[in-house]
Write a protein that binds this ligand. Structure first.
Ligand code: CU
Length: 289
């Protein structure tokens, strides 16, 4: 009876602390500090779910393991007057099976959920609304708007002489426009060395490899300006290989495409500007040689 009451007195502060902690969870904590907001693309919620759930499972395993470790240290500590080794436990089949099966279930579980999300995120769009070819180049980006037959040629980020923190001039960074709510197919190419196309808020990055086209399929679902970076060390000015993605309404997107047309930026900046012109797959057509 008394221990029951004591338990209740212990439960109250625990319950209070738990509800305060959980109610006070910021959005940043709920999404495991991933640098985005839910709903930014059709895929970020999947990534957040996988990430947060994995951490919860691993923390539960961790708490049990730490608890058992501390318990064993305290309960089986050497007492006064004890000598020699304590009784040794080995070849205990239930324990051996337990700590073989449990990690196996964990690894297979993580693998299965990761493979499921990955195959959904990597699934190709049959009829994308927008197709964009992105070239990484030392140390900037070219964007070909394939359907509209216009292009944007980026220049390397410029040091801001007035910025003590070494930030680049934001307004001079290359910009990629995407219409909100539309299925976008991005073809990733490189003009020289391996780069990596990374839009931070999209929680997605993929390598750009000379002579190989990689594909990214995404539906941006929130308007805004999002930072992009090259995520593969690609030479001296890799750190300046930044860009911005502007996710805008269809009208703003159309206006932007029109502005490129008005500026005479029609056509595509293809593989003819690549540094290496005799890679398999992207060399000159046979009749030109
Ligand atoms: Cu790069």
């Amino acid at each position: 009876m008394r221990s029951n009451r004591r338990l209740r007195w212990a439960a109250i502060p625990i319950a209070v602390v738990m509800s305060v902690v959980l109610a006070g969870c910021t959005q940043a904590q709920l999404q495991g500090w991933l640098p985005t907001e839910p709903g930014t693309t059709n895929n970020v919620d999947k990534v957040i779910g996988l990430w947060v759930t994995s951490w919860i499972v691993l923390l539960i395993v961790g708490v049990i393991t730490w608890g058992l470790t501390i318990w064993a240290i305290v309960v089986y500590r050497r007492r006064k007057g004890q000598t020699g080794l304590p009784a040794q436990l080995r070849y205990n089949m239930p324990i051996e099976i337990f700590y073989t099966i449990v990690p196996l279930i964990l690894v297979l579980g993580f693998f299965a959920f990761t493979a499921k999300d990955q195959s959904e995120i990597e699934a190709a769009y049959d009829n994308p609304d927008v197709t964009i070819q992105v070239f990484g180049k030392q140390w900037a980006w070219d964007f070909n708007y394939v359907d509209e037959d216009v292009y944007y040629a980026g220049v390397q980020g410029q040091d801001d002489p007035d910025d003590a923190n070494g930030n680049l001039v934001e307004s001079e960074l290359p910009v990629l426009y995407l219409p909100v709510g539309k299925q976008v197919h991005i073809q990733l190419e490189s003009r020289d060395v391996i780069h990596s196309f990374w839009v931070i808020d999209f929680l997605y990055k993929k390598d750009m490899i000379p002579g190989k086209t990689n594909d990214m399929y995404v539906t941006p679902e929130r308007e805004g300006t999002f930072s992009g970076k090259c995520a593969e060390l690609c030479g001296e000015y890799h750190s300046m290989m930044l860009f911005n993605v502007k996710v805008v309404s269809q009208q703003e997107y159309d206006d932007y495409i029109q502005s490129l047309k008005d500026a005479g930026q029609t056509g595509q900046l293809g593989h003819e500007y690549d540094r290496n012109q005799n890679l398999p797959g992207i060399g000159k057509p046979a009749e030109e040689e």
